[in-house]
Design a protein around this ligand. Structure first.
Ligand code: COA
Length: 387
């Protein structure tokens, strides 16, 4: 018998931005720029920057907790945690593992995804495909970035563009045709050098002697990236709509990657979408890379720009070069499901107990090692005696 198609419904969403705000005027005190230049060339007015206590993992956890709260889902039900980031806490372990542990998502697999600013859309596609294939039922996709740590604050051509933050969604299997309807992903590694974090991997590792001269800071060919972006974003949105069997007239809202207002306006012109159908919030956040689309999605819901039954297109481009788009039918869970008090209590307990359960597992591993070593020693002594 033919199985009904499974859809990945977005049932929860959340965002977190650090409290510290860096305005254009404040930036102009550090580097040779002006509020006027930044606003007219990019549309950005201010950005948030992480404090010393914040990182991509801590921000991802806050956004994920909010998304779980909206979905009213028990973290133990999550099968997969994907964190899209260019600024992981470590190269390994994955930031996704730190998030999985903090949420008490014991059943979940977890991995980080590197696709630059397209990372969240890539993660959404991976999760939706996994759900459609029946590999998992519930997935968490997060975009989280601490770009303020990889920006050269002396380079005015890049430092004015970026900001920190995180956004998350929970996806759940559904048989009704809603959620992620189609995705398109693309890449062109021939443009790898156009937006790059040199000395950040192990090809040319930073040597202790030259550490300050080789700091891994974002290097970008702004004009080339601009040209690529204006072509890529509209084209990929259109391709995703075609794959979903839909036309531009069916789009209620476009949520583009928030890199530059002029790039967004150019994509909107290409798609012939009026301003009211294009979501923009980069004036307050700057470019938060993989976090920009989920933060914008979250704000579109919070401000009522996205209503149940709406069709929304998410479109992004970024380092790689990469690009991606997703067509989503917005259908949140009914209120009664989201209000269930016992599930709220269970989740509250699970999140509060997660650090303790993590400690217990650490102690358990330690005990295992000690007992294992003692048993090993005894057996070795016995075999020496026999010999
Ligand atoms: N403040 C003041 N002047 C600045 C400046 C700043 N922050 N940054 C650059 N300038 C100067 C340049 O030095 C140049 O001066 P010059 O003419 O005397 O040489 C002038 O402004 C014009 O620079 P240009 O690079 O041509 O500006 P632009 O209008 O192309 O805008 C970007 C530059 C970076 C805003 C634009 O190219 C862009 O947005 N590119 C895409 C970046 C992006 O989206 N990256 C992330 C991808 S995920």
């Amino acid at each position: 018998m033919k199985q009904p198609r499974r859809y990945a419904q977005i049932v929860g969403w959340g965002k977190y931005v650090p409290a510290d705000v860096l305005t254009n005027d404040a930036l102009a005190l550090k580097v040779d720029t002006s509020d006027e230049w930044i606003r007219t060339r990019t549309g950005i007015r201010e950005r948030h920057t992480a404090s010393a206590r914040e990182s991509s993992a801590t921000m991802a956890i806050r956004a994920a907790e909010q998304a779980l709260d909206v979905a009213n889902v028990d973290p133990a039900k999550i099968d997969m945690v994907i964190v899209a980031t260019a600024t992981p806490d470590y190269l390994f372990p994955a930031t996704a593992c730190l998030v999985q542990d903090a949420l008490g998502a014991h059943k979940a697999g977890a991995f980080d995804l590197s696709a630059g600013c397209s990372g969240f859309v890539y993660g959404l596609a991976m999760a939706a495909d996994g759900i459609a294939a029946g590999s998992y039922d519930t997935a968490m996709v997060i975009g989280s970035e601490t770009l303020s740590r990889i920006v050269d604050w002396a380079d005015r051509s890049t430092c004015v563009l970026f900001g920190d933050g995180a956004g998350a969604v929970v996806l759940a299997a559904s048989e009704s045709p809603c959620g992620v309807l189609a995705t398109v992903l693309g890449a062109d590694g021939s443009g790898a050098d156009l937006l790059i974090l040199p000395n950040s991997g192990f090809k040319d590792p930073v040597t202790p002697e030259a550490r300050s001269a080789q700091m891994p800071y974002i290097r970008m060919n702004g004009n080339e990236v601009y040209r690529f972006a204006t072509r890529a974003m509209g084209a990929v949105a259109q391709e995703a709509l075609k794959k979903a069997g839909m036309g531009l007239e069916q789009v209620d809202l476009l949520i583009p990657h928030q890199a530059n207002l002029r790039i967004i306006q150019s994509a909107a012109r290409h798609l012939k979408l009026p301003d009211e159908k294009v979501f923009v919030n980069l004036d307050r956040y700057g470019n938060t890379s993989a976090a920009s689309v989920p933060i914008a999605l979250c704000e579109a819901v919070e401000t009522g720009r996205l209503q149940p039954g709406n069709t929304v297109v998410l479109a992004a481009f970024g380092a790689g070069l990469t690009w991606g788009a997703a067509v989503v039918r917005w259908q949140p869970l009914p209120e009664e499901v989201r209000r269930s008090w016992w599930m709220r209590l269970l989740r509250w307990l699970r999140l509060r107990l997660a650090p303790w359960s993590s400690r217990v597992r650490r102690v358990g591993r330690h005990v295992d090692t000690v007992v294992g070593e003692a048993t090993g020693d005894r057996e070795q002594a016995k075999s020496t005696d026999r010999a």
